[in-house]
Design a protein around this ligand. Structure first.
Ligand code: MN
Length: 291
């Protein structure tokens, strides 16, 4: 089978702070204008490994609203704590994923977990925003706590690597996440020299973020923290690990092909819906900020 061509490879832009706890590089949409191009994925903030000193009160971001999409948080090092006004509370550790459906409206707080915060250490995570189809934007808010042991597991021959399936399928191994549109998300770990082939539908927008080490992807060298976007052309994606220890995230999903109207913490389809979201929030319709 032919190879699926690489459309572009890019590094993340200069990092910025989200609250005082998340030091992130915004790979898209800001970094490479992948807003509509990478639907249903609309934002990727990558907190590369960053060393935090011990703190007396946990760093993070206080109560804020979302509507119209899902926030998906992946922890690699450190621990992230979440509270929302629907009564959900969770802590994620390395390998865990927190999948929050904002739907019609939610208020949440995102912080470093207390013990991690008091001890300090390396913090390493991703927040991905997944758009909701127009028909589901006002769905009831939801929360999925996905632990590392819940993920689908595909093992490479001779203990040379693992594919942890978060959402969708990889070679008949299913991931635990419930999604509103067809999505495949995998966390891949490979040892030096290991090889893996991905076969994503050409109708899916497919990209890959290198978390650790270097890879050869379809014959091209891709460095740690690079993002690779593939053309929507049928073909295989061939990965080969070039470093002793490697890790990458694969994001692949069917294009929603709907207009996007985004402003701050809301992602809707029209300017009117965006204005309505702002009004509803300021009218207190999302609930009290005190929870
Ligand atoms: Mn948030």
């Amino acid at each position: 089978m032919s190879q699926r061509p690489i459309e572009m490879i890019f590094a993340g832009p200069k990092r910025h702070w989200v609250g005082n706890g998340f030091h992130v590089s915004n790979y898209f949409p800001r970094g490479a204008r992948l807003f509509e191009r990478f639907s249903p994925f609309i934002l990727l903030d990558y907190n590369m490994p960053y060393d935090f000193a011990p703190a007396t009160s946990p760093r993070g971001i206080g109560a804020h609203p979302h509507r119209g999409f899902e926030t998906v948080t992946f922890a690699f090092e450190g621990a992230v704590e979440h509270h929302d006004n629907q009564g959900n509370h969770g802590i994620i550790y390395p390998g865990d994923v927190q999948w929050m459906t904002a739907g019609s409206g939610i208020l949440h707080k995102e912080y470093h977990e207390k013990k991690f915060s008091s001890q300090g250490g390396t913090f390493h995570m991703i927040q991905l925003w997944v758009n909701l189809p127009a028909k589901d934007k006002m769905t009831t808010p939801g929360y999925q706590a996905l632990e590392a042991s819940d993920m689908g597991l595909f093992e490479l021959p001779e203990d040379s690597g693992k594919v942890h399936v978060v959402a969708g399928n990889f070679k008949d191994v299913k991931g635990p996440a419930n999604t509103f549109s067809p999505i495949n998300i995998y966390r891949v770990e490979m040892k030096e020299g290991a090889e893996l082939t991905l076969d994503e539908p050409a109708t899916f927008n497919t990209g890959l973020l290198v978390i650790e080490g270097d890879f050869e992807i379809n014959g091209q060298t891709v460095k740690e923290h690079d993002f690779v976007l593939f053309e929507n052309v049928p073909g295989e994606i061939s990965l080969r690990a070039l470093s002793e220890k490697t890790q990458c995230m694969v994001f692949s999903g069917e294009d929603l092909k709907e207009p996007i109207a985004a402003g701050g913490p809301f992602v809707m389809n029209t300017r009117e819906e965006l204005q309505q979201a702002n009004e509803d929030f300021h009218m207190g319709k999302f609930g009290s900020l005190d929870f």
